[in-house]
Design a protein around this ligand. Structure first.
Ligand SMILES: NC(=O)c1ccc[n+]([C@@H]2O[C@H](COP(=O)([O-])OP(=O)(O)OC[C@H]3O[C@@H](n4cnc5c(N)ncnc54)[C@H](OP(=O)(O)O)[C@@H]3O)[C@@H](O)[C@H]2O)c1
Length: 304
């Protein structure tokens, strides 16, 4: 399988690395050569998805079996302040890629922000009602790609993993680094998520591409919890000082434009044979694994 992965950030880099690790071919695309660890060193091709001709040339040059759409902008707060730019990249990019793909399978990584957050969690059959400009732009992208009949829209909850060198490290990484440095961290106790590990997103993407799935599918992690509760659980597993965590309100901070419930579950996944054995791990198990990895790194540094 040869995949053109549009987006070379945290998700695009991890998905492409996973595909290459399975023996598939993958090329990541973005406007600038990626510096982030997740994508550095991967085959890269320059592309701005807002340029329809450039999208056609990219598909013609690489002749991929499938296209994975996982580009930014990913900063929800930035999208709220720049709705036209968000729309041009996500909705306009989807239009250009749908045309360029010319019937090839396309997998779009979408978001829980296509829901308004009034339900505790949303499944595939729940009606959409975007929470913000980012959700509006992503929903338009979903519709354009689903209309081709050759696309899978994989809506993914908040993604995390250990990413200390990332440009915008994810919540779990920020939490571990801040507490290890002995600094306070404000975390909302009224913002609910079903966090999912980046490796689970990559594993599902590869399996679903290989199976040729189309339609709509949700991927949320097994835990539904507030950011504050999640931070407390990270602190407990990694033996960090939980008294540094300051509960705050979603509306008072950078999460104010996000839905109160940013939570997904799937009504469909359990029936898909390619996902057997790929059930996402919970936050405690991933924190345990991170703790072991950090201990090993620490021991390796001491042994040098
Ligand atoms: N991270 C999450 O929690 C999460 C959850 C659900 C869904 N998603 C979806 O996955 C996407 C990627 O997330 P991420 O965390 O990997 O974001 P990220 O780390 O910010 O990466 C975004 C990537 O998109 C590229 N990009 C931005 N504008 C582009 C353009 N006009 N043309 C081509 N490439 C462009 C960026 O590179 P350049 O700036 O160099 O072009 C970068 O490589 C998000 O936008 C979102 O739709 C993410």
């Amino acid at each position: 399988m040869k995949a053109l992965v549009v987006g070379s950030g945290y998700l695009g880099g991890t998905i492409a690395a996973h595909l290459l690790g399975r023996g598939d071919h993958a090329v990541v695309c973005s406007r600038r050569r990626p510096a982030a660890a997740s994508a550095a060193g991967l085959p890269w091709y320059p592309l701005d998805v807002r340029d329809a001709d450039a999208c056609r040339v990219a598909v013609r040059e690489h002749s991929p079996d499938s296209v994975v759409v996982v580009h930014g902008p990913s900063d929800i707060t930035w999208c709220e302040a720049n709705p036209e730019a968000a729309r041009a990249a996500h909705a306009g990019g989807a239009r250009n890629l749908a045309d360029a793909a010319d019937g090839r399978p396309v997998l779009l990584i979408s978001t829980d922000n296509v829901f308004d957050g009034t339900r505790p969690s949303c499944g595939e059959s729940d009606p959409t009602s975007p929470a913000n400009a980012y959700g509006t732009a992503k929903l338009a992208a979903e519709r354009t790609l689903l209309d081709t009949g050759a696309a899978l829209v994989l809506r993914v909850s908040l993604v995390y993993g250990w990413d200390p060198d990332g440009l915008r490290p994810n919540f779990a990484t920020t939490c571990v680094r801040t507490l290890r440095a002995g600094r306070e961290l404000r975390v909302p106790d009224d913002h609910w998520n079903t966090p999912v590990h980046v490796d689970d997103v990559a594993a599902w993407t590869a399996a679903l591409l290989a199976a040729g799935r189309t339609g709509l599918l949700h991927l949320g992690g097994p835990d539904r919890l507030t950011r504050h509760e999640w931070a407390l659980r990270i602190a407990a597993v990694l033996d960090l000082d939980a008294s540094l965590l300051r509960p705050s309100k979603r509306a008072d901070g950078p999460y104010s434009c996000r839905p109160e419930n940013a939570c997904l579950h799937s009504e469909r996944a359990a029936r898909l044979p390619e996902l057997v054995g790929l059930e996402p791990l919970g936050v405690d198990e991933n924190a345990r694994r991170l703790s072991e990895a950090l201990d090993q790194t620490h021991r390796a540094v001491e042994d040098r």
